[in-house]
Write a protein that binds this ligand. Structure first.
Ligand code: ADP
Ligand code: ADP
Ligand code: MG
Length: 454
């Protein structure tokens, strides 16, 4: 029986979870760093605990401080949000050891999902198509050369422990392989503290389509339909929607079944996301399972009319899934734009500062998940995500119209945001037609070389 929950995160997702706790009548505990004394998620909590100095490594990634905060406040459960410790198996285990219900899968499933090469092997054994790749991790240039020759060029080099689009390189022939391999290796070491890489066949012009899954502790696993996440920059999502304008009912049901099979094969519990690439021939391939609540979960909530965070809590508390996708009757169309503090006219340079102007959009069909308010001073230490603007209506065309209207109302200044870019995309004929692949954004930011890191 969960009574009090600590939310081990900050910003919009901490606020999202704390709001759900309020609605459930559960006590919420917020944690914060010294840079976040004025962060809005603190307002939504019954109790707040300072966990350390501004750098994430000393606060939001500080396991001891977070467990201390839980002990101090008598919390009996912990929600990790996304990013930070959300997919850290050792942390989930430490929570269990401290008597906290961890809102997510168990440590074994987390460690499997975090080892992307091993996850693909297990999912492939269950009969789900996976992107052709090296059988396991690749640690040296010779191994990379052999793996690439086996897979066939072009190849993609990825970090086994990767996430957030980092540590990914594309390589079209053998000449550049070793150089890219060494760069990816040092990026992976810097970003994830683990430099194991793996190689994959590079799928040309794919779409990224992912399935939300839920699994209870009593053996039932279901999917909740798909999210279209093809509009990306540097392998990070910018716009997501549900449903996908691309899926036929047949492809949806085949992919939904594959998603459930993948989650089952991995022994997965709670809410997760099975990511696929779909190629030009409508073949789909598993790429990874994200073992947490996803940034873009609201689009699924809007078309299904449910609350995924409450479902996560219910499932972690031993609740049963008493419905399947076919019982849910999805309705309408939802589109999410990620509003980042980045200047799209200056190669997405971070745009810090104080939010002197804040005029949020509203009205029918608009959901805004954000921790912004007038006068908020953005800490320089954290992610650039400021707000998720979600538009909902009965058809895709109408949802786009709602989004355009809401983006037009949205005033944030003087800092630069991705709002103007989203407005241009909403007017783009290919976007409106639903015809795009993951390189769509290149037309909007032509000189933005994704092989070249900031
Ligand atoms: P989603 O897959 O939920 O759409 P992202 O992949 O963009 O979202 O990641 C969600 C958040 O978590 C982002 O803020 C991202 O920077 C962060 N993140 C994701 N994976 C990792 C990781 N392995 N290490 C650190 N941060 C991560
Ligand atoms: P992360 O853990 O950083 O989210 P993913 O493996 O999910 O990494 O890949 C991120 C993005 O990179 C995908 O959404 C897709 O756009 C692109 N991508 C990944 N694998 C491939 C591939 N094999 N071929 C082409 N594009 C890919
Ligand atoms: Mg991914």
């Amino acid at each position: 029986m969960i009574r009090k929950m600590l939310v081990a995160n900050r910003g919009e997702i901490a606020l999202r979870v704390l709001r759900a706790l309020k609605e459930l009548g559960l006590a919420g505990v917020a944690v914060f760093s010294e840079a976040d004394e004025n962060c809005l998620h603190l307002e939504a909590a019954a109790e707040r605990v300072l966990i350390g100095p501004p750098p994430s490594a000393k606060s939001y990634l500080n396991v001891e401080a977070i467990l201390d905060a839980a002990r101090q406040t008598g919390a009996d459960a912990l929600h990790p949000g996304y990013g930070y410790l959300a997919e850290n198996a050792a942390f989930a285990e430490a929570c269990q050891g401290a008597g906290l219900v961890f809102i997510g899968p168990g440590p074994e499933a987390l460690s499997l999902a975090g080892d992307k090469a091993r996850a693909k092997r297990i999912v492939a054994e269950a009969g789900v198509p996976v992107v052709p790749s090296s059988p396991g991790g690749v640690v040296d240039p010779d191994g990379a050369r052999r793996a690439a020759a086996l897979i066939g060029y072009p190849v993609m080099i990825k970090a086994s422990a990767g996430g957030g689009g980092r540590g990914i390189r594309v390589c079209r022939d053998e000449s550049g392989l070793i150089e890219e391999f060494m760069v990816a290796k040092s990026e992976a070491r810097a970003a994830f503290g683990d430099d194991e890489l793996y190689l994959e066949k590079y799928i040309e012009g794919p779409r990224h389509i992912e399935f939300q899954v839920l699994a209870d502790a009593h053996g039932r696993t279901i999917h909740l339909g798909e999210r279209e996440c093809t509009i990306q920059r540097r392998y990070q999502k910018l716009i997501e929607e549900a449903p996908s304008p691309h899926l036929t009912p047949a492809l949806r049901s085949a992919m939904g079944e594959a998603a459930v099979a993948a989650a089952r094969a991995m022994g997965y519990q709670n809410a997760g996301t099975v990511e696929f690439l779909v190629d030009a021939d409508e073949k789909f391939y598993f790429i990874e399972l994200n073992a947490r609540i996803q940034v873009e979960h609201p689009v699924t909530e809007l078309v299904l009319g449910l609350d995924l965070v409450k479902e996560q809590i219910r499932l972690a508390d031993g609740g049963r899934l008493e419905y399947g996708f076919d019982d849910l009757e999805p309705r309408g169309w939802a589109i999410e734009c990620r509003i980042n503090a980045e200047d799209p006219d200056r190669f997405f340079a971070p745009s810090p500062g104080t939010v002197d102007l804040y005029r949020p959009p509203g009205g029918r069909g608009v959901r805004l998940d954000t921790h912004l308010y007038q006068g908020y001073e953005l800490p320089i230490y954290y992610d650039s995500l400021l707000a998720k603007l979600i538009a909902f209506d009965l058809t895709r065309r109408e949802a786009i119209a709602v989004m355009k209207r809401a983006l037009g109302e949205f005033g944030i200044g003087p800092l630069k945001t991705t709002i103007p870019l989203h407005r241009r995309i909403m007017d783009d004929p290919a976007f409106v037609a639903g015809e795009f692949t993951t390189d769509f954004i290149k037309r909007f930011v032509p000189d933005d070389d994704d092989e070249d890191d900031e």
